[in-house]
Design a protein around this ligand. Structure first.
Ligand code: BTN
Length: 323
């Protein structure tokens, strides 16, 4: 089957596997290895090898006398799905934690927007030294950021990530995602996603911030405590982990290369479920209870305690008795 030249142009510069998949998508019937090797300028053996690799990782590709036919694609954040960003993606079937691998890469100087993603984590970590259950079907990744912002603005990166992830999921699946300070994504009080960050800095500049993000997507959350929910359980649409990651990446990269975090606190407040509630904030060594009245320009939560004091908390985990 001949493919029109116009249909092929957008594939320029994309990874070979992505091109092979796109060709099979565009074709009305099977595409021969000979045809693919000609259009893509590689040997038939190379095409055959890539087909085998795609089949091994879960692509249902039928081999017919007339050529290859793509029957079904798995929903996985494979590097080639991310087009020109392929080289920034480090994909693993299983890791102890994407935080550790990303830390190693960041320390070795890997560029901003390097991403480590794993299908499963055996030692997934949450904030305040909790575990993060990381079974198959969820989206687990850490993104290396190198923002050129003053050190004091670092907490705003977490708020920005929460806002951008919430906006992505709302945009793709029409799910009304709310935010619990500092950066939990909730739907009707159940946890949809969490964010953990690690930073390395000099006194006057940030070296890197690693954002670790776990999103419940297809994974079973029925036994997770506190109560959690998955994207797939909240929509009838076909859910794609790659599209969630890509959408988030687009938004955050645009925000950070724009160089400004202006407006992020207001955007965060627009989705906040914390404000107006009496909450308890747990830090590593302490806890404080009060009415959450505001988020300060630096991202700190402002609490009014029962004895009338105003306390600001910059780091911790927040418990909402009423949620
Ligand atoms: C939290 O809500 O407590 C934060 C959860 C963060 C989980 C993610 S999953 C990917 C990355 N790797 C980890 O070990 N943790 C983060």
């Amino acid at each position: 089957m001949r493919l029109p030249a116009a249909a092929l142009r957008p594939l320029k510069g994309r990874p070979l596997k992505a091109k092979i998949i796109a060709h099979m998508h565009q074709a009305a019937g099977p595409v021969s290895g000979e045809r693919l090797s000609k259009v893509l300028g590689v040997s038939r053996v190379a095409i055959w090898k890539h087909m085998r690799q795609l089949q091994t990782v879960g692509y249902a590709i039928e081999t017919t006398p007339k050529g290859y036919r793509l029957v079904k694609e798995p929903d996985a954040p494979f590097p080639w799905v991310f087009g020109p960003r392929e080289s920034q993606m480090h994909y693993h079937q299983e890791l102890p934690s994407t935080m550790d691998s990303a830390m190693e890469l960041a320390r070795k100087g890997s560029p901003a927007f390097t991403v480590v993603v794993a299908e499963r984590q055996t030692k997934g970590r949450g904030r305040l030294q909790r575990q993060w259950q990381s079974t198959q079907g969820g989206l687990y990744f850490t993104m290396v950021l190198r923002p050129r912002i003053p050190l004091a603005e670092a907490p705003l990166i977490n708020l920005a990530a929460a806002v951008d992830l919430a906006a992505t999921i709302t945009h793709l699946y029409e799910i009304p995602v709310q935010l619990k300070w500092p950066n939990d994504l909730l739907v009707e009080g159940r946890k949809l996603a969490g964010i953990l960050s690690q930073m390395a800095a000099e006194p006057d500049r940030i070296d890197f911030i690693n954002l670790g993000i776990g999103v419940n997507v297809h994974n079973d959350t029925r036994r997770v405590k506190p109560p959690a929910v998955s994207v797939a359980a909240l929509t009838d649409r076909t859910v794609s982990r790659a599209r969630i990651l890509e959408g988030f990446w687009d938004r955050l990269e645009q925000r950070l290369t724009g160089g400004s975090l202006a407006g992020v606190v207001d955007q965060w407040k627009g989705r906040a479920v914390t404000l107006g509630k009496t909450v308890t904030v747990q830090t590593l060594n302490d806890q404080v209870t009060g009415l959450a009245v505001d988020v300060a320009p630096d991202g700190a939560l402002v609490l009014e305690t029962a004895d009338g004091r105003r306390v600001t908390v910059l780091y911790g985990d927040c418990f909402h008795p009423q949620v």
